[in-house]
Design a protein around this ligand. Structure first.
Ligand code: ADP
Ligand code: MG
Length: 763
C-alpha cells in the first residue's frame, strides 16, 4: 500500500533545516512532492561548455565555462577592491566581476577560480561598456562537491548535469543537492504511481520513482530520455483519464433529438425555404458538413462538434442551416460571438439571409417565419426587454449575442443548439454556462477559423469531433502579403500611397493598431488577448520562465506601440491621404458609435478605418482590399491570419502590409515571414506552435488558464498522447469510478485543481 505521507512532507523537515526554514520556498517548492516534480529544464554535458555568444543581456543564466584568469586589484577612484575574472567556452569570453571592501575579502573567490578549471556560473547577464558580464555570479567549481570516494567522483564527472529553473539566490546546484537528499530516502511505496501496472507493462514504462531518478540523477542522456518519456506519458494519461471520466458524465445527460423536418411536416420547413432562397450554391464541403451535423442533431446524444474552416469558407451558412433544423423541430438556437460588433453583424447577416423567414409575427413575414433576436450588453432597456422576452417565450428561434447571453436573466423556452463562433476568443466556461441554460443537454457547435491540430484539440477540448471546410467559395481573389520596415520613411510613404490608390479605385483599407490610447500600457481590447507579451522579456531575475535558456532571438524593441487615436491623427495629416475620410473603431466606443463606424466603412463614406483588433473576427466588408497592421510583430500568427482574412473577400485582390521593426532573423521576424510565405491557416498554426511556448498554445486555447502540463508537448508528443488516450479510455471504461486505480483517481483530483477540472468538464 502506498501513501502520500512522504510526498507531503514539508521540505524544511525533509532537508533537515534549522528552525524549520525552507531555502526553496522562493521557488514555490514547499513539499517533497513539489521538489521531485521540479524537473531540470536542460542538462549540461560535463564535457561541453555553454555557448557564451548566445547569452543575452538581462537573462538569468547558468553557464558552464572554463576559467581563463582571475585577478584582484584595488579600485582606482573608490575605496574597495575588485576581482575580475574571465571565463570562456573555448571561443567566446565572458567577464565576471566581484566587488569587495578590500582585497582580502576577495581572495577566497580568487583561490577557487583557478585558471584552466571548469565551473558552473549563475547570474544575470549585464552590460558594462557594451560588454556582457556577470556581476557577483554564484559559482560552483567542478570537484568542489564533497563526494565520498574517488569512484563517486568519477561517476559524477561523466554524468549529465541537470540545470534547474533557479533564481539568483537559489542556484541550480543547490536545488540539485536538495533533490539528491530527498530522492535517496524515497522508496516505491512513498511514490504512488497513477499509471496502473498493466498499462505500464504494455507501454514498457519504468516505475514512477525510477523515472524520477533518471530525470534528476541521470547517468546518461539516454536515462534522461527514458525518464522523461515515462513522466510525459503519465501527464498525458492522467489528463486523458480525467477527460474520459468527464466525457462519460457529460454524455450521460441526453439531448433532445432535433431531426430534420420530413416532407410531411405540418408547416413549411424553414431550412428548405432558406435553401431555396440562398443567393449561391452551397459548396460540396458545406453540404457534407451540413449532413454530418444534421444527422447528429437528430440523436439524443448531445453533439459536441468543432467546425474548422478558413476565414471566408462560409461557416455562417452552415451554422444557420443547423439552427434552422432545430427551429423546425420546435427548439431554439443561440449564437455566441466574441464581440458586439460581430454579434450585431451576425444578426444582420442572418436576417438578410432569412429575409421574410425571419419576420415572424410581422406583416409580410412568411407563415412559418421565426425571429432573430440580438442580445448584447449595451442594448437600451426597452430593446433588451424585448429581446429577453423573445428568447424566453420562444418567439425568437434564433438568439444572437455576446456573453450578455450568459447573464442570469436570460432564459430560453427550449434551447436545443448552442453555436459558438470563433472559439479561440471565447472562454470555455462561457460556452458552458450557456449550455446550462437548457433542461436537456443542448447540442454544441463550435466554429473556428484557427486550425487546431488534432492533439491540441484532444488535449484542450478533449472530445469535440471535428469537421473541416477546406475549400473557399469560388470568386475570391486572394491576398498578397508584405513586411514593411516601420523605420523606413520611404516605405511608409509608399504604404500610405498604396492605401490611397486602393481608395481611389473604390476599395477600403483597414489600419490596425495594438493599442487605443498612446498612453496605454498596451492592454487588450474587450478583455481579449489583443497584445501577446513579448516572447520572454529581458530583465527578469530568475530563469524559471518557459522556453530554452539560451534563446538567440533578439530582445523585443522598446519603441512605444502604435495607438489608434495617435495614428488616426497622423494619417489625417498625411499628404498621401489628403481628402480621404478616415474612421475610428475600438472597443471603448459606445456600441452605437461602433455600429456607425462599421456602417460608414462598409458604405465607403470613410474608406479608411483605423481600429484595434475588433475587426479581427468575422467582419465582412467585400470591398476591403488593404489591411495595414502596425506593430504587426505584436500579434499572434493566428490573429494576423484572421486580420488578413478581412481583405480579398470580393472580386478585387487583397493586400496585407505588416509594418514592423522586428529584425528579420528574430522570432518575431520569422513569424512575419511565415505570413508572407503562406496563406494556409494550417501551416501557419503549426509554425505558430513551433515558435511559441507550449504554455501560450494551451493558454490561449484555454483563455488564460495556466496549463498543468510540465513535460508534455502537445505537438511533438502527438503519438504518445494518442497512446495514453487509448489506455486511459480503456481504464475508465472498464472501471468508471476508478475503484481499482485509486492512485489514478487521486492523481486526477490532485493534479487538476478544482478550476482546471471545471474547465475539463466543459471541454
Ligand atoms: P467564415 O467561415 O469566415 O465565417 P462567412 O460565413 O462569413 O465565412 O462567409 C463569407 C462570405 O462567403 C459570406 O459573404 C457568405 O455569404 C459567402 N458564402 C458562404 N457560402 C458561400 C457559397 N457556397 N458560395 C458563395 N459565397 C458563399
Ligand atoms: Mg465567421
Amino acid at each position: 500500500m502506498t501513501s502520500r505521507a512522504r510526498l507531503d512532507e514539508p521540505l524544511s523537515r525533509a532537508l533537515g533545516q534549522a528552525r524549520g526554514k525552507n531555502p526553496l520556498s522562493k521557488l514555490g517548492l514547499e513539499t517533497v512532492g513539489d521538489l521531485i516534480g521540479h524537473y531540470p529544464r536542460r542538462y549540461d554535458d560535463p564535457g561541453r561548455l555553454t555557448d557564451i555568444s548566445l547569452l543575452r543581456a538581462g537573462e538569468h543564466v547558468t553557464v558552464m565555462a572554463r576559467v581563463v584568469q582571475a585577478t584582484v586589484r584595488s579600485m582606482r577612484n573608490r575605496r574597495g577592491a575588485l576581482l575580475e575574472a574571465v571565463i570562456t567556452d573555448g571561443r567566446h569570453r565572458l567577464s565576471l566581476t566581484f566587488f569587495g571592501k578590500h582585497r582580502g575579502s576577495l581572495y577566497a573567490h580568487e583561490q577557487r577560480l583557478v585558471p584552466g578549471s571548469t565551473g558552473l556560473f549563475t547570474g544575470t547577464v549585464g552590460l558594462y561598456r557594451g560588454e556582457r558580464q556577470l556581476t557577483h555570479p554564484a559559482f560552483l567549481m567542478m570537484g568542489e562537491e564533497d563526494l565520498a570516494s574517488d569512484e563517486d567522483m568519477l561517476a559524477e564527472a561523466a554524468r549529465p548535469i541537470p540545470i534547474y529553473p533557479a533564481t539568483a539566490t537559489v542556484p541550480s546546484w543547490k536545488i540539485a543537492k536538495a533533490v539528491r537528499t530527498v530522492l535517496d530516502t524515497l522508496t516505491d511505496a512513498d511514490v504512488p504511481d497513477p499509471v496502473p501496472l498493466e498499462v505500464r507493462a504494455r507501454a514498457g514504462l519504468p516505475e514512477r520513482l525510477a523515472a524520477l531518478r533518471r530525470v534528476h540523477r541521470p547517468d546518461t542522456m539516454a536515462d534522461v530520455r527514458a525518464g522523461q518519456h515515462r513522466l510525459r506519458f503519465e501527464e498525458a494519461f492522467v489528463l486523458q483519464a480525467a477527460l474520459a471520466k468527464r466525457r462519460a458524465l457529460a454524455t450521460g445527460r441526453p439531448a433532445t433529438p432535433r431531426p430534420p423536418a420530413g416532407p410531411g411536416a405540418t408547416r413549411g420547413s424553414l431550412l428548405a425555404d432558406l435553401d431555396a432562397r440562398l443567393p449561391f450554391e452551397l459548396t460540396a464541403g458545406q453540404r457534407e458538413v451540413g449532413d454530418e451535423i444534421s444527422a447528429e442533431l437528430a440523436t439524443a446524444r448531445p453533439m459536441q462538434r468543432l467546425l474548422q474552416g478558413e476565414v471566408g469558407s462560409g461557416k455562417t451558412v452552415v451554422a444557420l442551416r443547423a439552427m434552422l433544423q432545430v427551429v423546425d423541430a420546435g427548439g431554439q438556437a443561440a449564437l455566441l460571438a466574441p464581440t458586439e460588433v460581430l454579434a450585431a453583424q451576425h444578426a444582420r447577416t442572418l436576417r438578410t439571409l432569412l429575409g421574410p423567414l425571419a419576420e415572424g409575427g410581422m406583416l409580410g413575414g412568411a407563415a412559418n417565419a421565426t425571429r432573430v433576436a440580438l442580445l448584447t450588453g449595451s442594448l437600451g432597456a426597452k430593446a433588451k426587454k424585448e429581446a429577453l422576452l423573445a428568447a424566453a417565450s420562444g418567439e425568437a428561434g434564433i438568439v444572437v449575442g455576446t456573453h450578455a447571453l450568459l447573464s442570469e436573466h436570460v432564459r430560453f423556452a427550449d434551447l436545443g443548439l448552442v453555436v459558438v463562433d470563433e472559439q479561440h476568443r471565447f472562454g470555455v466556461e462561457q460556452r458552458d454556462r450557456l449550455r446550462d441554460k437548457a433542461s436537456a443537454a443542448p447540442h454544441l457547435l463550435v466554429m473556428t477559423a484557427t486550425p487546431i491540430p488534432r492533439t491540441v484539440a484532444m488535449t484542450v477540448f478533449g472530445d469535440l469531433a471535428t469537421s473541416s471546410l477546406t475549400e473557399v467559395p469560388a470568386g475570391r481573389a486572394g491576398v498578397t502579403t508584405h513586411v514593411v520596415p516601420a523605420g523606413n520613411a520611404r516605405w511608409m510613404d509608399r504604404t500610405w500611397a498604396r492605401v490611397r490608390e486602393e481608395v481611389d479605385r473604390g476599395g477600403r483599407a483597414y489600419v490596425v493598431c495594438p493599442r487605443i490610447h498612446p498612453d496605454d500600457d498596451g492592454g487588450g481590447e474587450d478583455g481579449m488577448e489583443a497584445v501577446p507579451p513579448p516572447a520572454s522579456g529581458p530583465g527578469g531575475d530568475d530563469d524559471s520562465g518557459p522556453g530554452p535558456l539560451l534563446d538567440p532571438g533578439a530582445p523585443p524593441a522598446a519603441a512605444p506601440l502604435r495607438a489608434v487615436l495617435e495614428v488616426v491623427e497622423e494619417l489625417r495629416g498625411r499628404e498621401q491621404l489628403a481628402g480621404v475620410e478616415i474612421g475610428v473603431l475600438h472597443g471603448q466606443l459606445p456600441p452605437a458609435d461602433k455600429d456607425d463606424a462599421m456602417a460608414r466603412f462598409a458604405s465607403g463614406e470613410t474608406p479608411v478605418l483605423v481600429s484595434t483588433t475588433v475587426v479581427e473576427v468575422g467582419v465582412d466588408v467585400p470591398e476591403a482590399t488593404v489591411m495595414v497592421i502596425l506593430d504587426a510583430d505584436r500579434f499572434g500568427l493566428s490573429q494576423l491570419h484572421q486580420l488578413r482574412g478581412r481583405v480579398g473577400r470580393g472580386a478585387a485582390p487583397g493586400l496585407c502590409l505588416l509594418v514592423s521593426d522586428a529584425p528579420p532573423d528574430s522570432t518575431a521576424g520569422t513569424r512575419l515571414e511565415a505570413m508572407v510565405r503562406t496563406t494556409d491557416g494550417f501551416e501557419l498554426a503549426n509554425t505558430d506552435l513551433e515558435l511559441r511556448d507550449e504554455g501560450d498554445v494551451l493558454g490561449a486555447a484555454q483563455s488564460g488558464r495556466s496549463s498543468s502540463l510540465r513535460l508534455l508537448r502537445v505537438v511533438k508528443d502527438a503519438k504518445l498522447i494518442e497512446q495514453a488516450r487509448t489506455e486511459a479510455v480503456g481504464v475508465v471504461t472498464a472501471d468508471p469510478d476508478l475503484h481499482y486505480a485509486p492512485e489514478l483517481a487521486a492523481a486526477i483530483a490532485e493534479h487538476l485543481d478544482a478550476e482546471q477540472e471545471e474547465f475539463l468538464e466543459r471541454a
